[in-house]
Design a binder for this molecule. Structure first.
Ligand code: FAD
Length: 358
């Protein structure tokens, strides 16, 4: 097996869409699929599985759509992709037709002392196409069955590598996975060893995408593994634009520095490329601070970005972060004399406001 060494702690350069979520009950009542995400390339034959079991495929697509709709519901309405974003391919592989990938690397990103075990996992599709864009997700199917004997549903994981691969030109994909206690898929992924083969579906998601525009300004707000798409955006912009791209602004929250994924590479990023606000809620030598607290104390920075029609906002991480970040954005916009809901609607309709929380 051809193993490519990857060093995630090296420098960074090595660094639909519905208003309401669908419940599982809703999904089982559907006779046909809900409206697809717009402006996507849906892989040809995607709903015809290899074994011709279309019903299996319908069950496969629906839960993915439901997961994404739920994840994007915090945007407060229908999001669209940035106008300049590359047209995404979705559902290239599905449960009836997954692709096999080989594990190339599995690195712990958080310190051994940290109670948070987050992994940087690199998978390779062995020459098969996997056209994932930054901000899209993959579906991972854990082996085995549920207690009632059914196959596990795929879990979604954001890609944390750019479109041309974790290693430029290799088209391999990296994931940033947090081990959840007793979680089926996260434990499976975090325990993977180099050379093991896994079943992957996707890519999925057609709106949480980056603008293809060096002059675009990115305001990225994340916690924990919500850093995955932000890493992919950052690496892609570095590769595409070098130092010609506008500086990005990052608000990134974790409990402690040693539980903040990609802490090392992030520290090395020059401020001309990214203005970083790393924020800790459980650091013994600092006052408790959440991302929304820092956004408020840096309200001048946030205001200036929000009022610029060239700014694209991305919020990603745990569901719990949504309310605090939303309240901070509301208050910051109000202090600047703007109606946040109106501004957010405009930004969303222009593909400039994106939320993905889980
Ligand atoms: P599950 O088995 O689904 O369990 C989830 C939790 O419920 C666990 O903590 C488990 O202990 C608890 N639980 C399970 N069964 C029971 C029970 N019977 N009683 C009580 N508690 C129970 N995650 C990442 O790490 N990185 C990412 O980049 C990422 N991106 C995502 C992107 C999207 C769009 C979405 C929707 C989700 C994303 N996730 C990501 C979350 C990921 O998909 C999984 O939900 C997560 O890894 C947990 O899956 P699991 O199979 O390990 O846990």
């Amino acid at each position: 097996m051809d193993c490519i060494p990857v060093c995630p702690t090296g420098s960074i350069d090595e660094w639909r869409v519905v208003a309401q979520p669908y419940s599982l009950e809703n999904q089982y009542e559907w006779d046909e699929l809900p409206e697809q995400e717009e402006d996507v390339v849906i892989a040809e034959g995607a709903s015809d599985s290899k074994d011709g079991n279309a019903a299996l495929d319908n069950q496969t697509i629906d839960p993915i759509q439901a997961l994404l709709a739920e994840a994007h519901s915090g945007a407060g309405g229908k999001s669209v992709a940035p106008a300049t974003a590359t047209k995404p391919t979705v559902n290239f592989y599905n449960l009836g037709n997954p692709v096999e990938a080989v594990v190339q690397g599995n690195y712990r990103l958080t310190s051994e002392d940290s109670d948070s075990d987050v992994r940087h996992i690199v998978i390779d599709f062995q020459g098969k196409p996997f056209p994932a864009l930054e901000g899209q997700s993959v579906g991972i199917i854990a082996p085995g069955t549920t207690s009632d004997g059914k196959a596990h549903l795929p879990r979604l994981y954001s890609v944390s590598s750019p479109r041309d691969g974790e290693r430029e030109g290799y088209h391999n994909v990296s994931l940033t996975v947090k081990r959840e206690s007793d979680g089926v898929c996260s434990n499976y992924l975090c325990d993977l060893e180099i050379g093991q083969r896994i079943q992957v579906t996707g890519p999925f998601g057609a709106t949480f995408l980056m603008p293809n525009d060096p002059a675009a300004r990115l305001l990225m707000i994340c916690t924990g593994t919500g850093s995955a798409p932000m890493r992919s955006f950052t690496m892609a912009r570095q590769r595409l634009y070098g130092d010609q791209g506008k500086a990005m602004t990052l608000f990134f929250g974790a409990r402690t520095p040693d539980s903040l994924p990609y802490f090392g590479p992030l520290q090395k990023l020059p401020s001309a490329l990214m203005q970083k606000h790393l924020v800790y809620s459980r650091s013994p030598d600092r006052e408790k601070e959440y991302v929304q607290d820092r956004m408020r104390s840096e309200s001048a920075v946030v205001t200036e970005l929000l009022l610029d029609s060239n700014t694209y906002v991305y919020i990603c991480g745990l569901k719990e972060m949504e309310a605090g970040v939303e309240a901070a954005l509301h208050d910051i916009a109000s202090d600047a004399g703007r109606d946040w809901h109106g501004l957010r609607t405009v930004m969303r309709e222009e593909g400039r406001f994106h939320v993905e929380t889980y």
